[in-house]
Design a binder for this molecule. Sequence first.
Ligand code: NAD
Length: 308
Amino acid sequence: MKVTVVGAGAVGASCAEYIAIKNFASEVVLLDIKEGYAEGKAMDLMQTASLNGFDTKITGSTNDYSKTANSDICVITSGIPRKPGMTREELIGINAGIVKTVSSNLVEHSPNTILIVVSNPMDTMTYLAHKTTGLPKHKIIGMGGALDSARFKYRLAEALEAPISDVDGMVIGGHSDKGMVPLTSHATRNSIKVSEFLSEERLDQVKEDTKVGGATLTKLLGTSAWYAPGAAVSGLVQAIACDQKKMFPCSTLLDGEYGLSDLCIGVPVILGKNGIEKIVNVPLSDAEKQHLAESAEGVKKTNGLLEF
Ligand SMILES: NC(=O)c1ccc[n+]([C@@H]2O[C@H](COP(=O)([O-])OP(=O)(O)OC[C@H]3O[C@@H](n4cnc5c(N)ncnc54)[C@H](O)[C@@H]3O)[C@@H](O)[C@H]2O)c1
């Protein structure tokens, strides 16, 4: 199992670290455009191997895609992160060019790979990866919902004063402050609907805190977060590498599902060795349906800024 991670910055390195610590991949290649940067991060991470007890071999490469050849899974984290006050959509000008070049280089060297897109605006970058590479739709996966759902569970546990392991919930829709749709109608504590424990006002607060989860951290850190994003990516990589058939909300190209077409947006999917093995249809409340439709309009508007 060979995994390439493009972008050895905050998210890329965190993702490589979590993949290595979980010890399921034989090799992780980190690639960055900055001279020596990926090699340095790879060496530093390899020096944690004896301390953390993993056997995954991590190597670095400065923009040499021959080192990524025949990767089973490629992750794209290259591109600029947002600064406090910015939206993810504002990153499109620079990141679209990066994602276009990187995705076509990756597929040239690993034609059978499964691609995970992380760079923002993620739903639009996932759509761009489809247009650029022509890979089959089950092989291109956008990571956003796994992170947003982890943030939702964190906020739910906080509101419930419960341990996070008692809580379950999912966020679908676009990976943006306005576009996220936290599914409060399905969220549970030990299989009991959270609405049994929390008032509508408190649940609305949980939803709002979830949607601005990334912006809250960007304000505190001065740049975008990396631990939870890296852990979320490693979860998707592991589900594919170990054929786990796990359900995550992921951005995927829709063709009529949820009444939406010709865009990538977050919906629940089953991940296994073939990538996206199934799109899961979840019943939504009327408010959630409307929110998802508005979210899709927002993603399509951003997609309209792409040049092919
Ligand atoms: N989808 C999500 O849930 C999610 C979560 C967090 C961050 N992000 C996004 O991930 C991206 C990376 O964030 P970060 O905090 O790691 O940023 P970062 O600046 O720490 O790292 C980005 C890295 O990409 C490299 N890079 C730039 N152009 C490249 C190219 N053409 N080829 C190879 N490498 C290149 C840079 O040299 C840098 O090291 C951002 O777009 C950010 O918005 C997405």
